[in-house]
Design a protein around this ligand. Structure first.
Ligand code: MGD
Ligand code: MGD
Ligand code: MO
Length: 718
């Protein structure tokens, strides 16, 4: 406990009837900021970053600074709503009381569950990280579905390929302290648009740069982060494994390995050494679409600059071989001994540091599950799974879905199928939400949930090594209730009488962390605490694997290799001939996945759904900057505006942001085109492994003439 800091700056009253409340940003972002909420006469008027919290350092990103605007948004759902009319028609709802809604929902769920033992598996919870809070995430909700015996959800939509890879290699989701990037002399920013999605890491990278560090960005897209790095390697999507193997080739052939570190702290290197020797830079250059000289220079810099740090992010694992690529990259700092110095090493996820401190069994009570464990449904194949009939392999057809903290109709791959599944009139759908999202539009009941300003929560982070508490700043708006309270009331109606269904949010929050790891009173007083993580975790090995060594040849996985994309000239040449452009769809800077899309001030910055296309891909297709284009493949078509720009690399188009489908030109978004095939590890979606073709639909002149006048005549693609 000696690394835990004690309260030093207790809240000081502010003159004029205002007060501040210690809060935490709830969003799915590595930064998990400590926030200070200013409340005036019961209304939250400002959110700011806590200057005392080292990763937050007093700054919030643009979008979360608008959290009050989102909270008091005139379109907030503030009363329970019941659908009137069929799901094929426009979304029409009427206001009902909480009692009426909860009685009807409990009756429907009990009717399904009561048919036979195991019948409750026809009910599926669907949730992700709308809030990362341990209380409003999987506490009361998990208890409810465990006790009910509903299907278990495999929560794979974001990070599970990288997580499985990191665990196979290091034994857990562990890595550098984000603050230590300030000490690095070389930083590889690999598959991450840090300025957009990991801003507080970027501050440390800037400190390093001012102290003379070199910054290298490895990303198919020339992002705003790439613009600010010394060098940008714009590789083809899904070829990071080949690049890592070629870097290893150079480390071997130039004698740049740290043999002592490898000998003592790496298991199975000889087999990988053999494989890497088959990847001279020229071979990788061919696969990655880079120059061999660039790869040689990168290997030289990485091997000879110390401390050398890698900030890997989840963007690069959203392809068929994403898991193998993460395994290869995670071994690089073990081969050069970069872990020896403070400021050297790698970070993909730090969530494993907190995992030991979180009491997830107390939170979610898996012991309440029936003895015959319910089947598992993968959230990433929800499109197919909602449309599947009962079968011996799949089990019962899904009859009811309870959605909370997620917007699957917009965010899940191949969203045409997802929307078709949710549009089933025989499917009973309940959505706990702040807003009428694409998913809420297809619900039978929409239940108003509180926002972070209105409820209590505690948080860990996947990008730093602190835990935080979020105190409610204001009373719930309208009739909104915390997720916990909604499931508490449902549990009562279902007759679940275990005492845990009576726990208050305060009780859950205090029990979320193991008392021997976290001083909860100190956490409550200070708002955040640093976890007891060693300053230089792997300077002398000590990975959380069974033998303390990093692992090359993980059981059942073999030696990592480069795997070509599901959809690529290498693996599907006929498809690549019809759909020659690779499409990636990274997040928009001013949205958080599909959250904030409806906040006017942020949407006006993002403008509208865009597809970036390289001038040399645009010209032969007759696509002008600003023209409406159709992006299509065998799964569907998506219309948006083209941005002809060298931000896209030749052969790759960038569909930016997960817009709400209903805000798109044709009621679709970029996920209309993505597929449901999974990654090599972790059963995750391969969002950025997707071939498309693009054709022009109108000239920018026609667009400027006004809405509704754009030509819809189809032109033949070049
Ligand atoms: N502003 C903002 N911040 C966010 C989010 C958001 O939507 N908006 N989303 C949050 C979430 S849920 C997550 S999971 C995190 C993580 O976020 P990430 O998924 O890491 O997202 P980005 O930082 O945009 O990094 C993705 C980058 O990877 C690049 N990329 C795509 N394919 C490849 C590839 O094959 N190889 C390489 N090397 N790069 C590739 C993309 O061009 C993009 O610049 O960010 C979080 N932060
Ligand atoms: N094409 C493409 N698709 C992607 C990605 C991509 O890069 N490209 N990124 C993927 C990634 S990394 C992720 S993590 C997923 C994200 O997928 P989701 O986790 O579904 O994220 P959001 O779209 O932000 O939706 C979260 C919803 O939760 C709601 N919410 C927030 N707080 C609360 C609360 O306290 N209670 C309740 N009841 N609701 C709340 C918000 O209003 C919001 O509508 O999307 C994935 N989809
Ligand atoms: Mo994510």
């Amino acid at each position: 406990m000696n690394t835990i800091e004690l309260p030093v700056d207790p809240d000081t009253p502010i003159p004029g009837g205002r007060h501040t409340v210690r809060a935490a940003c709830p969003h799915d972002c590595p930064d998990t900021c400590a926030m200070l909420v200013t409340v005036e006469n019961g209304r939250a008027v400002r959110v700011a970053g806590d200057p005392g919290h080292p990763p937050t350092h007093g700054a919030l990103c643009t979008k979360v600074s608008r959290y009050p605007e989102r909270t008091y948004h005139p379109e907030r759902v503030l009363h329970p709503l019941k659908r009137v009319g069929p799901k094929s028609g426009p979304p029409r709802f009427e206001r009902v009381s909480w009692d009426e809604a909860l009685d009807a929902i409990a009756q429907r769920l009990a009717g399904i569950a009561g048919r036979a033992p195991g019948a409750a598996q026809a009910i599926l919870p669907y949730s992700y990280a709308g809030t990362m809070g341990l209380v409003q995430g999987e506490s009361m909700a998990a208890r409810f579905f465990h006790r009910l015996g509903g299907s278990r959800l495999d929560r794979t939509i974001c990070a599970s390929a990288g997580a499985a890879a990191l665990t196979a290699t290091y034994g857990g989701k562990v890595g550098m302290h984000v603050e230590d990037y300030a000490r690095a002399k070389l930083i590889l920013i690999w598959g991450s648009n840090s300025i957009a999605s990991n801003l507080h890491f970027w501050s440390f990278a800037q400190q390093a740069r001012r102290a003379g560090a070199r910054l290298v960005c490895i990303d198919p897209r020339r992002t705003e982060t790439a613009d600010k790095c010394h060098e940008h390697l714009a590789l083809r999507p899904g070829t990071d494994g080949a690049l890592a193997l070629a870097l290893m080739h150079e480390l071997i052939t130039h004698g740049w390995l740290d043999h002592d570190y490898i000998e003592r702290h790496v298991d199975g290197w000889p087999a990988l050494r053999e494989r890497a020797l088959q990847w001279p830079p020229a071979r990788a250059a061919e696969v990655c679409g880079l120059e061999a000289a660039q790869i040689r220079a990168l290997a030289h810099d990485y091997a000879t600059t110390r401390p050398a740090a890698i900030r890997l992010n989840y963007g690069m694992q959203r392809a068929h071989g994403g898991g193998n690529a993460v395994r290869l990259i995670a071994l690089l700092p073990c081969l050069t001994g970069a872990w020896r110095e403070r400021g050297g090493g790698l970070l993909l996820s730090a969530s494993g540091w907190a995992a030991g401190a979180i009491d997830s069994a107390a939170l979610g009570r898996p012991d309440l599950m029936p003895q015959a464990l319910p089947r598992i449904v993968n959230m990433s194949t929800i499109g197919d799974d909602l449309l599947r009939p009962t079968s011996p392999e799949f089990g019962p057809r899904i009859e009811a879905v309870i959605v909370y903290n997620s917007n699957p109709v917009a965010v899940a791959p191949q969203s045409g199928r997802v929307a078709a599944g949710f549009a089933r009139d025989d499917l009973f759908t309940v959505v706990l939400e702040h807003f009428m999202t694409d998913t809420a539009d297809l619900a039978d009941y929409v239940l108003p949930a509180t926002t972070q300003l209105e409820h209590l929560d505690v948080h860990a982070s996947y990008g730093h090594t602190y835990v935080l508490v979020n105190q409610p700043a204001i009373a719930p708006l309208g009739q909104a209730l915390p997720n916990t309270e909604i499931f508490r009331r449902l549990a009562q109606r279902m007759g679940f009488d275990e005492p845990c269904f009576g726990d208050s949010d305060e009780q859950i929050a205090r029990a979320a962390f193991r008392a021997d790891r976290i001083d909860v009173d100190a956490l409550w007083a200070r708002g955040w605490l640093r976890l007891p993580v060693p300053e230089q975790p792997f300077a002398d090995g000590g990975f959380p694997t069974p033998h303390g060594r990093a692992i090359v040849d993980a059981p059942g996985l073999g030696v990592p290799d480069h795997l070509p994309n599901h959809e690529s000239a290498a693996s599907t040449p006929a498809l690549a001939a019809r759909y020659p452009l690779a499409m990636i769809s990274p997040p928009a800077r001013h949205f958080l996945n599909s959250t904030f899309v409806n906040v006017r001030s942020l949407r006006s910055i993002e403008g509208e759904p865009l597809l970036e296309i390289h001038p040399e891909d645009a010209a032969p297709r007759g696509i002008a900057d600003g023209a409406v284009v159709t992006v299509f493949n065998d799964r569907g078509r998506y219309r948006c505006k083209a941005a002809v720009s060298t931000r896209a690399r030749h052969g790759v188009v960038n569909g930016l942001g997960i817009w709400w489908r209903k805000l798109g030109l044709d009621g679709t978004n970029v996920n209309e085109l993505t597929h449901q095939r999974l990654t090599d590890l972790g059963r995750a979606p391969a969002f950025y492994d997707c071939l498309v073709e693009v054709r022009a639909e109108s000239s920018p002149q026609a667009e400027r003439a006004g809405p509704g006048q754009a030509s819809t005549a189809e032109t033949t693609p070049a």
